[in-house]
Design a binder for this molecule. Structure first.
Ligand SMILES: [Zn+2]
Length: 131
């Protein structure tokens, strides 16, 4: 169902841009130049689809030209018996080191803004003028 799928990413993209705007307001109207996003493979978000949505929302917006770095994170769990952290393969959540079934979530459901590069208004040297 590509339409619903796209809507999901589109609403996330809109929330990301809201967060970016809130952050630039906190910095007195600084301009955001690059945003880093961390997306876990359990989050249900398709990174390329999210990038497409972000870029379409930013096009023609006052946030343009904001660039995005999307980092994907694997589904990982931590073993409560041996302490190993391992990547879950084919839904097998048992420890890949000792085989224990006592494991806890360690990562993979991330969906967050990992960083934001801002250009402060006072030292913005970019100009539209070309002499
Ligand atoms: Zn283990």
């Amino acid at each position: 169902m590509p339409l619903q799928y796209g809507l999901h990413e589109m609403s996330i993209a809109a929330a990301v841009l809201d967060a970016v705007r809130a952050e630039t307001r906190l910095h007195g109207g600084a301009r955001a130049t690059r945003a880093g996003l961390r997306i876990g493979e359990l989050s249900g978000v398709e990174p390329e689809s999210l990038r497409f949505c972000l870029e379409s929302l930013v096009a023609g917006d006052d946030l343009e030209p904001l660039a995005f770095d999307i980092e994907t994170r694997p589904w990982t769990r931590r073993c409560l018996d041996c302490g190993a952290e391992f990547r879950v393969v084919e839904y097998n959540t048992a420890c890949s080191g000792c085989g224990s079934a006592h494991t806890e979530a360690a990562g993979g459901d991330e969906m967050e803004l990992s960083y934001l590069e801002l250009e402060e208004p006072g030292c913005a040297s970019r100009s539209n003028e070309k002499s």
